[in-house]
Design a protein around this ligand. Structure first.
Ligand code: ADP
Ligand code: TYD
Length: 232
């Protein structure tokens, strides 16, 4: 039988979702306190949701959902005796908080196009290397990776985004935020400007080394360009 109907390409303009983006792409957003992570994550979610993508977010530490996260925060605000003095104890609390979310993250990667993590394993690497005055290739960064990706089986992000605003700018923002909102009083890490500068240096080394996956530096200027870059 001869088909006389004009040829119509019913698939014209249709791009299957999996060709736009691998389903369940995991993106970790990292940076100093006050760097603008929350602001950036909000911008990315708005943008991607408006373009029809399914987006899930997780914010670490999971305050109010995890006793270990709450205890870590309380320690950073002066509670729990000398707990805060132990770098490894603090790191373990943050790691156990994340381990408690591993199944939820895995489930989200099955049902979402993009899963954004506002702080993730690299926070533990950067802050604790900063505390111990080690570099990104030092012992504690390896310990964090072995503990979290190895022993706890946390998924490795497909990409990292480092908010690379200067440390002085991030610290100023954290200070202004604390002055404006009593519930955001700065914790021990936020008050320690030498620590913030060392953490900043370790973050830049982790990005330079493309630690565990590709890292993208973002300076807070053009969220649209970053969103496009991440979905390319
Ligand atoms: N690009 C920016 N320029 C100026 N202020 C900003 C910018 N991004 C965030 N801020 C402000 O800086 C503070 C810290 O931002 P936030 O997104 O909460 O950072 P983080 O989650 O990294 O701690 C907030 O008060 C926020 O409104
Ligand atoms: C998630 C995480 C945070 N931290 C540090 C970074 C911050 O200085 C501190 C608190 O996290 P933060 O995200 O800044 O929470 P808050 O809303 O209280 O400002 O904990 C780690 O050391 N390891 C981790 O794994």
């Amino acid at each position: 039988m001869v088909n006389d109907a004009p040829e119509v390409d019913v698939l014209a303009g249709f791009v299957p979702r999996h060709r736009l983006l691998r389903v369940g792409q995991l993106i970790a957003v990292e940076g100093l306190d006050g760097a603008g992570k929350n602001t950036l994550v909000t911008g990315l979610v708005e943008r991607w949701t408006a373009s029809g993508l399914q987006v899930a977010t997780f914010t670490f530490p999971r305050y109010g959902q995890s006793a270990t996260a709450d205890i870590a925060s309380e320690a950073l605000h002066g509670a729990h005796g000398d707990l805060r003095d132990s770098v490894y104890a603090m790191a373990l609390l943050f790691a156990l908080d994340r381990a408690g979310a591993a199944a939820d993250i895995a489930a989200a990667t099955e049902t979402s196009d993009i899963v954004i993590l506002d702080r993730y394993v690299a926070s533990n690497a950067a802050y604790n290397a900063g505390r111990l005055e080690q570099d990104a290739d030092g012992e504690v960064v390896r310990w964090v990776a072995d503990l979290e990706f190895g022993r706890f089986g946390m998924p490795v992000p497909d990409r990292h985004v480092l908010l690379g605003v200067p440390a002085e700018v991030a610290m100023q923002r954290a200070e202004s935020r604390a002055a404006a909102d009593a519930s955001r009083a700065r914790d021990a890490y936020e008050r320690d400007s030498d620590l913030q500068r060392r953490v900043d240096a370790v973050y830049r080394q982790l990005a330079e080394a493309q630690w565990t996956s590709p890292w993208h530096r973002y300076d807070g200027e053009d969220v649209a360009a970053l969103a496009d870059l991440l979905t390319r």
